[in-house]
Design a protein around this ligand. Structure first.
Ligand code: UD1
Ligand code: UDP
Length: 373
């Protein structure tokens, strides 16, 4: 019985690592597919080195493209891969194009699907991820949710109760597993950061795909950099546009390449604030108690606001919000959402393992009944 995990983009790797590790401890046979959606060493390879992820058994090498061409390339390659030897179960992560592509292939060739991080909804139909989430959830036999409100979202979309499992957050398993490695001091020194500073990440199409929006953002970030230096490990999407618009021209905007997980989390851990449009970073700052200003009109992760240190902001309100954080300082204590406790991987593995056992049971009973005598 083989479980196949589909990964491809940066946020998939820290989510998949604890699930693979927990299933391995239960002796479940598994394979890891990398679609190749992200391919730069700093968007992919470095996570395999740092997160104890097994090497992918297969890399589909699909690379970049429009939504349709990238999704289609993953579908064609996966269909071919699964046709000779269909897996018992396919596990997909999050909301990227590789996720929905795998879900569609599985639905059409009759392979059951498990979705890790199911039921998140921003209710913003313009986000490509929202489409990917809804389609993937509609096609999943096992929906693993990180937070209680996701149960309601799935129920309202007609997903039966017995498919939905509240298991906690595997991204946070990874964070807690590696917490002792997050040392702000050496990372700050390496980047010449001596006092208070912020970390920023930007890659949402809504922020970086148009000149008008990107220009507004650059102006806001420059005002923020008047308050404290900002280290920006810049995602490849929008890099050219932001730099052409003068993003790095402020002396206290430090643009660097995407960072490895441990270095990135070390810098986040020591930051006065994080400015971001990332999904995962909203969750990580929630657990680390680092104030997070999210440059988006909505979030599919409301627990980071109700239980965490996150606030949704616009470019025009960003500098004032950062100034307030600078006045207040970091919180001395903070709540963490329920079940974000480092045990999501083992919970998922236990459910997958018993699902596999239940599935094989009727066949062996039938087999026993057929035995002569
Ligand atoms: C993807 C996900 C997004 C996720 C983000 C995490 C989709 C629809 N979007 O967005 O949900 O938040 O990953 O990082 O799946 N590029 C490189 N090197 C790489 C990868 C990409 O240079 O290794 C460049 C290419 O120019 C590419 C662009 O980045 O066209 C966008 O990459 P893509 O994977 O299509 O979307 P992301 O913006 O990375
Ligand atoms: N991350 C990293 N280095 C960076 C930026 C991000 O290691 O320079 C990690 C971080 O753990 C984050 C994850 O990559 O949660 C996914 O990030 P991204 O913002 O690309 O994806 P999203 O969560 O928005 O889909």
């Amino acid at each position: 019985m083989t479980v196949v995990h589909i990964t491809g983009a940066r946020p998939n790797f820290p989510k998949a690592a604890p699930v693979l590790a927990a299933l391995a401890r239960l002796g479940v046979e598994q394979r890891l597919v990398h679609t190749g959606q992200h391919y730069d060493d700093r968007m992919s390879e470095i996570f395999f080195q740092e997160l104890d992820l097994p090497r992918p058994d297969v890399n589909l090498g699909v690379g970049s493209g429009s939504h349709a061409s990238q999704t289609a390339a993953v579908m064609v390659a996966l269909e071919k891969l699964f046709t000779g030897e269909p897996p018992e179960l396919v596990v997909v992560y999050g909301d990227v194009n590789s996720t929905v592509a795998a879900a569609l292939v599985c639905a059409k060739i009759g392979v059951p699907l498990a979705h890790v991080e199911a039921g998140l909804r921003s209710f913003d139909p313009t986000m490509p991820e929202e489409v990917n989430r809804k389609v993937t959830d509609a096609l999943s036999e096992l929906a693993f949710v990180t937070s209680p409100e996701a149960i309601g979202h799935l129920a309202r979309e007609g997903v039966p109760d017995d498919r939905i499992h509240l298991v906690g957050n595997p991204m946070i398993d990874t964070l807690l597993t590696h917490l002792d490695r997050f040392e702000p001091g050496p990372a700050q020194e390496a980047h010449g950061l001596t006092g208070r500073y912020a970390v920023a990440t930007l890659h949402r199409p809504g922020n970086v795909d148009s000149d008008a929006q990107a220009r507004t953002l650059v102006q806001a970030m420059h005002k923020c950099a008047d308050l404290m230096p900002i280290l920006v490990p810049l995602h490849p999407r929008g890099r050219t546009r932001l730099l052409e618009l003068g993003f790095a021209d402020h002396p206290d905007i430090r643009v660097v390449d995407p960072l490895g997980y441990v270095e990135f989390m070390s810098l986040v851990r020591g930051a006065e604030a994080v400015l971001t449009d990332s999904g995962g970073v909203q969750e990580e700052t929630t657990v680390l108690g680092v104030p997070c200003l999210t440059l988006r009109p909505s979030t599919e992760r409301p627990a980071t606001i109700t239980h965490g240190t996150n606030r949704l902001v616009r470019a025009d309100t960003l500098p004032a919000e950062l100034a307030q954080i600078a006045d207040r300082g970091r919180p001395s204590s903070w709540p963490v959402p329920p079940l974000w406790d480092g045990q999501a991987g083992p919970r998922i593995a236990a459910i997958v393992s018993s699902w596999l056992t239940d599935r094989s049971a009727p066949a062996s009973v039938a087999g026993a009944a057929d035995t002569p005598g």
